[in-house]
Every structure is written in structure tokens, then in C-alpha cells.
Design a protein around this ligand. Structure first.
Ligand code: HBI
Ligand code: FE
Length: 290
């Protein structure tokens, strides 16, 4: 008996795999303008903050064109580089659908873009979070392999009822991961790199902890979905992240099942600490603080 989602039906107009046509011609000038505003703000900020693989991917996919990218155009280059393609979906899709796409090198990207008044925060991933945040890293062969391995692992985790542990791995790497480089810490996580404020907070603010990535440690650490992270995990290289997926996850899940989750702001004696944060941002109430 797997812990799969109850079989949800795709929304009207979506295919059985929950994909829809991007309908690039259907975007309005205002929607293209939102992309341009977000894109210009991030690209002014990210040199020296985003990792080289991200910046190279942005260039390789020619995402600096003005406006929302046409998936058919970026897929021609992306498929040539790593065999990945971007497919349009209406929004969040069931876990099983999501993992199956990743396992087949298809990245599901929201087809919609946020409204101007949502420029700095929205709950559900839109096309800017997905295409600007996630897709450039898929041009890196090592990260491309990691994302496919994650998809395959997700399908197994569903069957083992360990999705919540694997979701933490995704959260603290693909969404909010930091990379150690000779020039200092750099961003590779999509949730950071697509956010102006968090691209600054994640690297510069003394509030969060910054700890060396350890697979079991990450899987025991809860995360926030509504505000900046209280801890960021640092990998030594993208290869190290891929190598971590070669572990025996069943044994890992068994070990985790015998141990407590850690508190989100905890630093343990076995942690290798880059920054021991003051947690002052979270203590002030974070984003919603007056
Ligand atoms: N669906 N479109 C979309 N994008 C996501 O990032 C996503 C999803 N469904 C499930 C999901 N992420 C997470 O639950 C998994 O990462 C665990
Ligand atoms: Fe995301």
C-alpha cells in the first residue's frame, strides 16, 4: 500500500500528466512586463551571489530576451545540453505526477506569472520562480543528473511513506541550497535566486544558521514555507550533491525513523558550522513583523 496521493484528476483542459500548452502568444504585454521587471532586478543583483552554473545557464538559455520565454525556444537548447525540457502545468501538481516528470527529465513549470502587487512574494511557484529560478541549473550536467535521481527517489519515497523526509532534501538543496566556492558562498537554490530579498538575506544576514550539508541531517530538519529559511545548508560541490543520491536511502530512512526531528534553529555538536545565526529575524516575527 503506497502513500500515493488519492488519484486526483487533472484540471479541465490539462492532459492526464497535468501538462497544458504554454500558449506563449496568449501572454499580455503587462505579463511580459512583470517578467522583465523581475528579471532585470535579479540579474542586477546576482553576479557575485549566484553560482557560476546558474549564471552560465541563464546565458546559455538566452533568458535575457525581453519578456516571458517561449518554452519551445528554450527547450531546443536545454534538450541539446542535458536532455531536459520544460513542460507547462497550471500550478502545483500531485507529488507522484511531479516526481514522474522529473524522473523523465521534464521540469513542470507554472504557466502563469504573478501580478505586479505580488512582485516580492507569492505562495505558489509561478513561471518566474520555475523558469528563472530552476531551469538555468538544469543546463549543468551534474545538477541535471541530480534532479533526475531526485525524481526517481521521490517515486520510491512515496512507496515507502517517506516523502516528507525527501521533500526536506529538495527544499534544502534545489530550493534553498548554497554552494561553497573559493570566492565564498554562492546560491544555487531556486527559491533564493528568484527572490530579491532572500538573495541578500541568505548570504549576508547574521540571522540564519549556515551549516555543512549532510543528507541525514537535512532529512531530520523541518523547513519554513512562509518566510526566509532559518537554516541554509552548504554543499562543497554539485558533484557531492549527486554522490549523496547514491546512498542506500532505505537504510537512511530506517535510521531517521529511530531518531527525533531536529528543531529548525538547532545547531548540533556534529554540525560543521559556517555561520551560527542569531535567529533575530525569526524572533522578530519575520516577514509579517510590523
Ligand atoms: N508541483 N508544479 C509543481 N512544482 C513543484 O515544485 C512541486 C509540485 N508538486 C509537489 C512538489 N513540488 C513537492 O511536494 C515535492 O517537491 C516534494
Ligand atoms: Fe521551486
Amino acid at each position: 500500500m503506497s502513500a500515493k496521493d488519492p488519484v486526483l484528476q487533472p484540471p479541465p483542459g490539462a492532459r492526464p500528466d497535468w501538462t497544458i500548452d504554454q500558449d506563449w502568444e496568449g501572454y499580455t504585454a503587462d505579463e511580459h512586463q512583470v517578467w522583465i521587471r523581475l528579471y532585470e532586478r535579479q540579474t542586477a543583483l546576482l553576479p557575485g551571489r549566484a553560482c557560476d552554473a546558474f549564471l552560465h545557464g541563464l546565458e546559455a538559455l538566452d533568458l535575457h530576451r525581453a519578456g516571458i520565454p517561449d518554452f519551445s525556444r528554450i527547450n531546443a537548447e536545454l534538450e541539446r545540453l542535458t536532455g531536459w525540457s520544460v513542460v507547462a502545468v497550471p500550478g502545483l501538481v500531485p507529488d507522484e505526477v511531479f516526481f514522474d516528470h522529473l524522473a523523465h527529465r521534464r521540469f513542470p513549470a507554472g504557466q502563469f506569472i504573478r501580478r505586479p502587487e505580488q512582485l516580492d512574494y507569492l505562495q505558489e511557484p509561478d513561471i518566474f520562480h520555475d523558469v528563472f529560478g530552476h531551469v538555468p541549473m538544469l543546463t549543468d550536467p551534474t545538477f541535471a543528473d541530480y534532479m533526475q535521481a531526485y525524481g526517481e527517489g521521490g517515486l520510491r519515497a512515496l512507496d515507502l511513506g517517506r516523502l516528507h523526509n525527501l521533500a526536506r532534501l529538495y527544499w534544502y538543496t534545489v530550493e534553498f541550497g548554497l554552494l561553497q566556492t573559493p570566492a565564498g558562498l554562492r546560491i544555487y537554490g531556486a527559491g533564493i535566486v528568484s527572490s530579491h530579498a532572500e538573495s541578500i538575506f541568505a548570504l549576508d544576514d547574521p540571522s540564519p544558521n549556515r551549516l555543512a550539508f549532510d543528507l541525514e541531517r537535512v532529512m531530520r530538519t523541518p523547513y519554513r514555507i512562509d518566510d526566509f529559511q532559518q537554516v541554509y545548508f552548504v554543499i562543497p560541490s554539485l558533484q557531492a550533491l549527486l554522490d549523496a543520491t547514491l546512498q542506500d536511502f532505505a537504510a537512511l530512512y530506517a535510521s531517521i525513523a529511530r531518531r527525533q526531528d531536529l528543531a529548525i534553529d538547532e545547531v548540533t555538536p556534529s554540525d560543521r558550522v559556517f555561520t551560527r545565526g542569531y535567529q533575530s529575524y525569526a524572533a522578530r516575527g519575520g516577514r509579517t513583523a510590523a
